[in-house]
Design a binder for this molecule. Structure first.
Ligand code: ATP
Length: 249
């Protein structure tokens, strides 16, 4: 059974009195417990897609189904980590992390330690680096304990080494809980190391360009010949879409 289905999504924004078509009949599905990565050129509509799936934005047309039931607006089934960390500046790291319906201080402390933030529980967001703030936002998202995680470039602000560590921690957490994960990333290697399946989106307006399964056991090694082959395939697909963005400019 498909856990999540996105059917025929269309979204147009009005920018400077011009209609900007962002999503154009987007369809895909994600199975229960699957880890899916979304790749697409900058500005193609990935965050817009997450805003719609999470119920923050009502699409012009199209439907979202969860376990075969059509959903409207926020269902409480999604934990959404947006690109901006959205930490509250007046709250400490610990209070920002456990801004959840229930009080989960012990779990918050454990997750903060797991993500390398021990000792910063009582710091305020302005006292943290961009990468640390992103990790606090990830802890908060995980503590929501929802069935589906929507992660919009969760490691975008991290240096390469911290990113590698975080990817492996995210995989450990996913293996523990088997939540369904949708991950937006610009990093082809990240998608290949983490995902069961990669969806490649076209340049704006986004439609589905390709579905690339990654049927390899984890942990994966990016120098594995099958991953190198998949990386070439993905980069070729993305280059075609990127050239549309830059040639249009
Ligand atoms: N609320 C809005 N009003 C008007 N235009 C919007 C709005 N939200 C997004 N857009 C436009 O929609 C397009 C897609 O934006 P979106 O943030 O979904 O792209 P993205 O693929 O997530 O980009 P990136 O990879 O750079 O984060 C952009 O051109 C953006 O300017």
């Amino acid at each position: 059974m498909s856990r999540l289905e996105v059917k025929n999504l269309t979204q147009t924004f009005n920018q400077k009195n011009t209609a900007l078509r962002v999503l154009d009949g987007l369809n895909f599905s994600v199975d229960d417990g699957q880890f899916v990565a979304l790749l697409g050129p900058s500005g193609c509509g990935k965050s817009t897609l997450f805003n719609i799936v999470s119920g923050l934005l009502v699409p012009d047309t199209g439907e979202i189904y969860l376990n075969d039931e059509r959903i409207y607006g926020n269902t409480g089934d999604f934990a959404y980590m947006q690109q901006k960390d959205l930490l509250l500046p007046w709250r400490t790291v610990l209070r920002n992390s456990r801004r959840t319906p229930e009080y989960r201080e012990v779990e918050a402390q454990q997750r903060l330690a797991q993500l390398g933030l021990s000792g910063f529980e009582n710091s305020y967001p302005m006292q943290l680096s961009g990468g640390m703030r992103q990790r606090v936002a990830l802890v908060r998202t995980l503590l929501f304990r929802k069935e589906i995680l929507l992660l919009d470039e969760p490691f975008g602000a991290l240096d390469a080494m911290t990113r590698t560590v975080m990817q492996s921690i995210l995989l450990d957490i996913w293996s523990e809980n088997r939540q369904t994960v949708l991950l937006i990333t610009h990093d082809v290697e990240e998608a290949l190391l983490l995902a069961d399946k990669i969806y490649v989106l076209t340049a704006r307006p986004a439609t589905l360009k390709a579905e690339v399964p990654v049927p390899l056991p984890r942990p994966r090694n990016i120098t594995d010949t099958s991953l190198i082959r998949l990386k070439k395939e993905l980069l070729t697909l993305l280059q075609v879409e990127m050239s549309k963005v830059f040639d249009a400019g």
